[in-house]
Design a protein around this ligand. Structure first.
Ligand SMILES: [Zn+2]
Ligand SMILES: [Zn+2]
Length: 325
C-alpha cells in the first residue's frame, strides 16, 4: 500500500476498529447476519457471559450498528436488528469468512460453505473495484491525502473490557470467525496490523506512530508472531532490534482492513471527508471495494448468501427454496 507513516491514527480503519475491534462484537454481528435477534440466542451462539453481552449490545446500539425494539412487555424483552449502518458490514463479514476459511487452524471449528442463492453456486467472496470491476489485492492500491487530513474524527464509544476469553476457552455453539476474532477482536492488534500495511515494520516506528504502551505493543507483536501474521527478523545485533513483516496470512488480512476502512469512510469519517483516499492502480480511480460472487460476479448483498455445514447440504437447501417458492 505504500509507505506513508503517520496515517494510522487518523485513518478510517482506526475509527472502524474502535467499533469493530472487539471479539464479541464481531461474533454478535456474525450471528445477526444469520438472523439472530434475541439476547438468549446471541448468548448461546457466542458463548459470552451475560454481563459482556449486555455491555456489547448496549455499545452496538449506541454506535448505531443495531436497533433495539421491545417485543414483549411483561417482562420487557428486546430484539436487536442491524441498522443500515450495521447491514453495511455484510461485505466485511464475508471477507472475514473467506480469510477464516483459508487460515483457521484445522479442528478449530471448520467454517461453513457459502452458496450464492441467485446463481445457486458455491461462492468465494471476491474483493473487487466498483469502477473497473477487477479484483483487488494488496499490491494494487496506493494512498493520497483526502479532504479530512489533520481533522479529528468523531469519537465512537469504546468497549469496556470485561472478558479476555479466546477460542481456547470458547464455549459458544457456533465457532465460525472465532480465529479472526481472536486476532483482530481487540483494540490494539488490528492497529498494529494496520501500521504494517502503512509500511511500518520496526518496534520503535510502531510505538511512535501508535502511541501504544511498550509492554502492550510487545505483547501484541508476540501474539501476531505466534499466530503467523508477522515474521520476525533481527536487523541489528547490539542492541538486538527486530523488524516485523507481514506473512502471506498477514497480507491476506488486507481485504479485511480495506473493507473496514471503506465502512469507516462511509459511516465514521469527519464531515470534511476521510483523511486519505485509496486508489486502484488498475484503473487509477478512487477505490470503492465491493464483495462479489466468484461464480457469477454479482455483488453479494445481505440475504443473497446462505451458509451450510457442507456444500451439498447448502445446494439442496437452495433447490428446496426454489421449489417451494
Ligand atoms: Zn479499479
Ligand atoms: Zn453468484
Amino acid at each position: 500500500m505504500g509507505k506513508v507513516g503517520r496515517q494510522t491514527k487518523l485513518s478510517s480503519v482506526t475509527q472502524a476498529i474502535r467499533v469493530l475491534g472487539d471479539r464479541w462484537s464481531i461474533l454478535i454481528i456474525r450471528d445477526a447476519f444469520q438472523g439472530v435477534r434475541r439476547f438468549q440466542d446471541f448468548l448461546e451462539r457466542t458463548g459470552t457471559s451475560r454481563a459482556t453481552l449486555t455491555n456489547r449490545l448496549r455499545s452496538l446500539v449506541a454506535n448505531g450498528i443495531f436497533r433495539r425494539t421491545l417485543y414483549t412487555n411483561t417482562p420487557p424483552r428486546y430484539e436487536y436488528r442491524l441498522s443500515p449502518k450495521g447491514r453495511d458490514l455484510y461485505g466485511l463479514s464475508l471477507i472475514a469468512w473467506r480469510w477464516e476459511r483459508r487460515w483457521a487452524p484445522r479442528g478449530a471449528g471448520i467454517p461453513m460453505e457459502l452458496v450464492h442463492t441467485p446463481c445457486k453456486h458455491a461462492t468465494q467472496p471476491v474483493l473487487a473495484c466498483v469502477h473497473c470491476g477487477k479484483s483487488v489485492t494488496i499490491h494494487d492500491t496506493y494512498l493520497l491525502p483526502g479532504s479530512g487530513t489533520g481533522v479529528r474524527a468523531p469519537v465512537t464509544r469504546r468497549y469496556r473490557r470485561l472478558s479476555a476469553l479466546t477460542a481456547a476457552s470458547h464455549r459458544g455453539t457456533h465457532r465460525e470467525l472465532t480465529h479472526i476474532a481472536d486476532i483482530v477482536g481487540d483494540p490494539w492488534t488490528p492497529l498494529v496490523i494496520a501500521a504494517a500495511f502503512f509500511g511500518l515494520h520496526r518496534f520503535d516506528d510502531m510505538h511512535r506512530e501508535l502511541g501504544i504502551a511498550t509492554n502492550v505493543l510487545a505483547d501484541r507483536l508476540e501474539l501476531l508472531v505466534r499466530e503467523r501474521i508477522f515474521s520476525r527478523r533481527l536487523y541489528m545485533r547490539r542492541p538486538a532490534r527486530h523488524e516485523y513483516k507481514l506473512t502471506e496470512k498477514g497480507r491476506d488480512l488486507y481485504g479485511y482492513a480495506l473493507m473496514s476502512n471503506a465502512w469507516g469512510d462511509r459511516w465514521l469519517a469527519p464531515p470534511t471527508g476521510p483523511p486519505y483516499l485509496i486508489f486502484h492502480r488498475a484503473c487509477a480511480h478512487e477505490l470503492f471495494p465491493v464483495v462479489r460472487c466468484s461464480h457469477c460476479e454479482h455483488e453479494l448483498v445481505p440475504g443473497s448468501v446462505i451458509a451450510a455445514a457442507k456444500p451439498r447440504a447448502a445446494a439442496a437447501k437452495v433447490g428446496r427454496r426454489k421449489n417451494s417458492g
